[in-house]
Ligand binder design. Sequence first.
Ligand SMILES: Cc1ncc(COP(=O)(O)O)c(C=O)c1O
Length: 431
Amino acid sequence: MEDVHPLYARSVSDPSFVDLEAGAPGLHLVPTCALASAMSRVLGPSAGPPSGPPPFCMLYGALRGPLSLREALCEYLNGELARCEGYVRASARELCVTNGCSQALDTLCSRLCRPGDVVLAERVTYFLCQSVFEDHGLRVVPVEVTVDGIDLVDLEAKMAEHHPRMLYLIPVYQNPTGATLPHASRRALVAIARRHACAVVADEVYQLLWFDAARLPPAPMCCYDDCAGDWPGVVSVCTFSKLVCPGLRLGWVQSRREALVEAVGSAGFVVSGGGLNPVVAAAVCEMLRSGDLAEHVRSFRAALAAAAAELSSALVRAFGPDVEIREPEGGFFLWAALRGSAGEALGGDSARVVQALASEGVALKRGDLCVLREGQQTARQAAVSARCARAMRLCLAYCPRERMSEGVDRVHRALAALGSSPAAHSAPLDA
Ligand SMILES: Cc1ncc(COP(=O)(O)O)c(C=O)c1O
C-alpha cells in the first residue's frame, strides 16, 4: 500500500483492522459525491468551451488563492462563527489560501524565523509539529499545559527567558487533549505575546467542529489581535483536511495584519508556482457556493459527537473505574487516561504495547508520543511523558462508529494480555 501515508497502510489493506489512531476523516465520512460534482462543474463539459472560456483554474493562480474562494470562505466563516465569543468578521484580504496547515506552518517558519530562533509550543501537542520546526533549525521550547490549554504563567516566564520568535499553539479542541483555551485567557495570551514581540501562530484546524451548537468555542485567535502596537501579531491556520479530506491539500491562513498574510502569499515558491492548488481551490469554492460544504460540516459534527458518545461508553464498559475520560466538546480526539493494571500495561515498554495492540488488530496513539522531545531530558519532561504514557488519544473521525466498541474491547484484551505477561514492566509514576 505505497499509495498512502505509512500511518494509513494497515487500515487500508486490512478491513478487519480497527484504527483509532489515524487523525483524518474516514473515507465513509468524506462527501465524495459533492466533491465530484463540484469538480465536474469546474472542469466538466459545461465548464469550458463551447459554453464559455476554459476555466481559469487551469492557469497559474492568484498568489493568495482565488478571490472567489476567499470571498465564499469569508461568507461561510462569518455565518458559522458569528456567535463565537470575541468574533470579528473576516474579509477576503485577510485570507491566504495554502496547501493545508502543514504547508502554512512550514512557510511561516521560513518567513518569520531564522535558524537558531526559539519557537514555543505546548508541551503536549500535535505530534508532527516538532519536525516542521526542526526542519527550519528552530529550537522548540515547551510550555506547560493545564486542563484549559496553555499555562499562561509558564508562557510569560518562557517568553521572558527565551525571547522566542514565534508561539505555536492549538487553542481549540486541542490535538491530543481536546482542551479549549477560554476567551479571557486568549485576551491575556495576546497581551503577553505583544509585550514580548512574539508572533502567535494558532493552529485552529478543528475550530468549526463543535458537537453542540449551544456551546460554541471562542472566536479564532486572529480575532483577538486588535492590530495595535508594532509586533508581528496573530495568525490563525486552518485546513479543509479536517472538514472534507486531507487529500485535497487545501487550507488557509487568516490574520488582521497585512504583513502576516503577505508573508505566506509572497513566499518565493508561491510567486514562482502561482497560487497553491487552483483546481482544487475552484472545486472547494463550488462546494461553498452550493451549500454542499456547509451541509456536510453539519452532518460531520453530528457524526463526531455520536462517535464521542459511543467511544466513551465503550471505554467505561471495558475499563470501568480505571478509565478517566476527558469528554471532548468538539474536534477529532478523545483523551482517556487509564489507572490500575490497565494503566501500567499501557505505560509499559512502548514497542511491546504497539505490538500487542497490532496483534489484536487495533491502533491508538499513546499519549507520550504527543509530548515534545527536548534535547536533554528534564525531570519535568520525564514526569509528563510517564503520565501521558498511561493515556490514549483516540480518534473519533476515522474508524466507523459501529466498529468502535470492538476496537475498545481489543485494546482491553491487548492490555490485559500484556499485564499478565511476566515481561511487563511499568513506567515510573508522575513525580
Ligand atoms: C493540530 C493539527 N494541525 C495540523 C494538522 C495537519 O493538517 P494539514 O493536513 O492541513 O496539513 C493536523 C493533522 O492531523 C493536526 O491535527
